[in-house]
Design a binder for this molecule. Structure first.
Ligand code: 3AM
Length: 176
């Protein structure tokens, strides 16, 4: 039997935006805010699948390929801190409907394939820090970045030599 893999669907951030976010983060947050997420790992999770078998992953890859969803753009104009999960994030004050619909379809397919989905409402965000459990001084505003989403991807999360790595397994384009 093949090993299970930890997978999730997400939107990636273009490399240029990753660099801008990392630079802004270093300027705006104290060094002891938490564990900074590596530039290459910045993403917006659409649906977390957990540790799943190859069979389940193949089924989800098939359904993901049949999803018809539209391209969209979103302003990253919100910042927050969830002390419970220790996450400092940036997100959108108004998430586009196309994003909410894409996440909803992926989460439904995940649930139908036996991947437990959180009961918490979907709140699209880019995690900037983890393990931020102490109060954080939130900067007054982001530079109002625009994220143009023209594809979504399936990622594998691995933890090796003390580092989390996300490997992109498949990408599907969003329609014009
Ligand atoms: O970076 P974010 O927070 O968007 O928090 C984890 C990360 O998303 C989330 O999946 C993404 C890739 O690891 N995640 C991890 N465990 C989770 C769980 N049990 C989870 N999301 C929901 N339920």
């Amino acid at each position: 039997m093949s090993a299970e893999r930890r997978l999730f669907f997400a939107l990636s951030l273009p490399a240029k935006l990753q660099k801008q976010v990392i630079k802004w983060r270093a300027e705006c947050f104290p060094q002891d805010t938490g564990r900074p997420v590596a530039a290459a790992n910045l993403h917006i999770t659409l649906a977390f699948l957990g540790e799943i078998s190859e069979l389940k992953a193949e089924a989800l890859i098939r359904v993901a390929g049949r999803i018809q969803a539209q391209k969209f753009s979103m302003h990253l104009d919100d910042i927050g801190h969830w002390p419970g999960s220790g996450v400092v994030w940036i997100g959108a004050k108004r998430a586009p409907n196309a994003l909410l619909q894409l996440a909803s379809v992926l989460r439904s397919h995940a649930a139908r394939n036996g991947c437990h989905q959180s009961a918490l409402p979907f709140h699209p965000h880019v995690s900037l820090y983890r393990s931020a459990t102490r109060p954080v001084a939130i900067p007054p505003a982001t530079p109002q970045w625009l994220l143009e989403a023209d594809a979504f991807s399936l990622y594998e999360s691995t933890y090796e030599r003390g580092r989390t790595r996300y490997r992109c397994l498949r990408t599907w384009p969003l329609a014009d």
